[in-house]
Design a protein. Structure first.
Length: 247
């Protein structure tokens, strides 16, 4: 039955193919083989997920691995709609090891998480210890989304600053750009701390003052902070002083 459901859904997805959008997405996700991208606009795919029969949806998210990028995204969009937290986190943990690109990782955010933050935090602490880059990235993303405002604690900055993802590639302070796994973790750390600087400045700035990051991440935090509309020009000027030029 599951094979038949997979076949039918794949057929419908391919019918929604947009070549122009496929080419656009291929450029945005250079780490993904373009043969794995069908080319479906996000709004259209989400609409398809929202209108998919509930029984078919539950059968579909039992299927792993998938062939196409959009099948993984559809899988995630279905999980997002699950209202029971235990069920949602079960299926979330099932798919996370299969996520292999930043786009799927960053677009996936179940609504029920917001009502279960204590339980979610326990999951996040496990995710950021993973040896899989997109699980680590996902954990950082959820911490950024839910724990930098009214639920903030300084320990969350510590958690992220101490992440030292072990790349499967050899790299140095310059060639980190060529290491897909390390690069996408460090970019999310940068995004997390740039956001923290806009929301919890007096705590987050100490991590730049204390040289808590590799040169690449340090400078990306500053770059993203400069681009932020939530940080004042005066504060951006203070943050910029920590830029490290020797790379």
């Amino acid at each position: 039955m599951m094979k038949q459901i997979e076949k039918e859904i794949r057929k419908k997805l391919i019918e929604m193919k947009d070549i122009e959008y496929k080419n656009f997405q291929s450029k945005l996700i250079p780490t993904l083989d373009e043969k794995k991208i069908i080319g479906i606009r996000t709004a259209k795919l989400r609409n398809f997920a929202n209108n998919l029969d509930e029984n078919i949806s539950y059968e579909f998210i039992k299927i792993l691995p998938h062939k196409y990028f959009e099948e993984y995204n559809l899988h995630c969009y279905i999980i997002e709609r699950i209202k029971n937290y235990e069920n949602c986190i079960f299926y979330t943990n099932k798919i996370l090891p299969y996520i292999d690109n930043w786009a799927t990782c960053d677009t996936f955010s179940p609504k029920v998480f917001k009502k279960n933050l204590n339980s979610l935090l326990k999951e996040i602490k496990n995710w950021i210890k993973s040896d899989k880059p997109y699980i680590v990235r996902y954990g950082i993303g959820m911490l950024m989304k839910y724990f930098l405002d009214e639920n903030f604690k300084v320990e969350y900055l510590d958690m992220v600053s101490k992440i030292n993802f072990k790349s499967k590639y050899k790299y140095n302070k310059i060639s980190i750009l060529e290491c897909e796994d390390k690069y996408y973790v460090e970019m999310m750390i940068s995004w997390f701390f740039a956001t923290a600087l806009s929301k919890q400045y007096r705590y987050a700035i100490k991590y730049l003052e204390n040289n808590s990051f590799c040169i690449f991440t340090n400078n990306m935090i500053i770059k993203k902070s400069r681009e932020s509309y939530r940080i004042s020009k005066t504060t951006k000027s203070k943050i910029s002083k920590f830029y490290i030029r020797d790379i």
